[in-house]
Design a protein around this ligand. Structure first.
Ligand code: SAM
Length: 224
């Protein structure tokens, strides 16, 4: 029989791969992911809304010289990624359990090299616009924790969220090198997703939905 939700919460509490409130390292981690957690000076890449952490795991396997952190609020989901990281001893992997709106409590300015946002909840209702992960208030957070020139990438099945994201990005003054496709699998950007498919992506592909992809960088900001 599989592990229950409660078992998974307990496993997360005991696993060194999960950083979450209640653990000593959670209080100390801001600005210290490299020296306290990974114990190297390699790049730091985040997967936001990571769910089961497919990108975190897939990228960690492909790029052993970079560090990958999956972020999600749901413990039982990140449990899957944590288990795979444990089983494969992927020491360049970690999971942070928390709200993305609180990222700045756990990452210092300029600490992060790259951000992937993988199939975030589309939040279609107008009153939920502030909860979309490409809303300007989230972009402000990404801008602060990213190093100058750090890349942001978004993959989604959702037409409205994608168009909304393009609109928001076009009105931000410091967005550079924005490229996008509304059909990743028939585009020149296909190689950029490294063949990694998330749980949600597999479902949407089975339904015949086209996968949208964009990437951009922020121009250098103050304080560098
Ligand atoms: C549609 S699922 C996608 C999961 C995974 N990326 C995939 O493609 O299979 C969206 C995920 O975002 C997480 N999430 C949504 N809003 C969040 C927030 N503000 N902070 C942290 N996690 C959030 C949810 O818990 C959920 O696991």
């Amino acid at each position: 029989m599989g592990r229950s939700k409660l078992d998974k919460f307990k496993d997360n509490e005991l696993s060194r791969y999960v950083v979450q409130p209640g653990k000593k390292i959670f209080e100390q981690i801001k600005g210290n992911w490299r020296n306290l957690y990974f114990k190297n000076e390699n790049d730091l890449v985040l997967e936001l809304a990571c769910g089961r952490g497919e990108y975190t795991i897939g990228l960690a396997r492909a790029f052993p010289d970079r560090n990958f952190i999956g972020v999600d609020i749901k413990g039982p989901r990140i449990w899957r990624g944590m288990k795979t990281a444990e089983e494969e001893k992927l020491i360049n992997t970690g999971f942070l359990r928390g709200h993305i709106q609180n990222l700045e409590a756990c990452f210092d300015d300029n600490e992060v090299d790259e951000i992937w946002i993988t199939f975030p909840d589309p939040r279609p209702k107008g009153r939920d616009e502030r909860r979309r992960l490409t809303h300007p208030r989230f972009l402000d957070i990404y801008r602060n924790i990213l190093k100058p020139g750090g890349q942001v990438r978004l993959k989604t099945d959702n037409h409205d969220l994608f168009e909304y994201s393009l609109e928001v990005l076009s009105s931000e003054g410091d967005v550079l090198d924005l490229v996008f496709t509304r059909d990743l699998y028939n585009s020149k950007y296909l190689a950029e997703h490294y063949g990694i498919q998330t749980n949600y992506e597999k479902r949407y592909l089975e339904e015949g939905t086209e996968i949208k992809y964009l990437k951009f960088r922020f121009n250098a900001h103050d304080g560098i």
